[in-house]
Design a protein around this ligand. Sequence first.
Ligand code: PHE
Length: 339
Amino acid sequence: METVKKLEQIKKEFEEEISSCRGEKELEDIRIRYLGRKGELTSVLRSLSGLSPEEKREVGKKANIFKNEFSSRIDSLKSELEEKEEEDTPGYDITLPGTAPSEGSVHPITRVMGRISDIFVSLGFRIADGPEVESEFYNFEALNIPLDHPSRDAFDTFYVEGEYLLRSHTSNVQIHIMQEEEPPLQVIMPGRVYRPDAVDATHSFMFHQVEGLMVGEDIRFSDLKGVLSLFCKSMFGKDIKMRLRPHFFPFTEPSAEVDISCIICGGKGCRVCSGNGWLEILGAGMVNPRVFEAVGYDPGKYTGFAFGMGVERIAMLLYGIDDIRLFYENDIRFLEQFR
Ligand code: PHE
């Protein structure tokens, strides 16, 4: 009866092992250990020859029952494990490389406006915002552009309703700021402006400007020159030269157009600067006393300067872009170059 006990012991061990078995590989090891050619049960069956016929029958019977039981336990656990593995496997190939989400980029106009703003902020200017739909008063009258003024033609723009229009420059924000605050003021005003220009490679009915305004007691033309020259050097490089050409704006007096030495040819003359070595980049001047009067400042007490620059033009020069329309077409092939 020794052998029967041994069989019971084998069964007990099998039960323990199978109930703690978690993987297919482990299960295969169990199968080999108990049912394989050199396995535990097989060796009991092999040793039957040395037993009495009675024992042989009993042990043989039990061993065969166990053998069937073991193999059906193993089979059912095997299909259970396979099913579980299928559930855990995603319906796609996890070893394939993933699809990376495409990375966005900052629009070149936003980027250049950011650079311009950073330079002025570092000089103590703050950034202000103003309305794009504006009344004639803020866009024209308060800026000393009366109804019958010839310079109003070039600026006349899209009327929305009655006396409201899409602003033709960011200078309207100067008026809002000065109406609301007392000097000293050091402000820049970036934003969109609108003009009834026919669209071509260098013109658009909508573009961007950055306006600047500094007002206080004893602000002089030399301050304007100093600030703009610092700006030009920070924006375009320390070797850049700047020159002021007398000009006319109704809201500044005296006024100037500001040129920089050509950033392409360094001033020798090339296609970009039309051969003359200079590039016009902004308009500027000392705030006209009539503008101070319009906002209720005492022109005898305060002086100041203002300037306005076109962002598209600066971006085109900096990046060598030859068609302004590229900024507005949302062509990914163009935009993704500004990373
Ligand atoms: N508003 C002017 C323009 O749009 C630019 C400018 C601003 C000139 C401030 C002088 C002072 O052309």
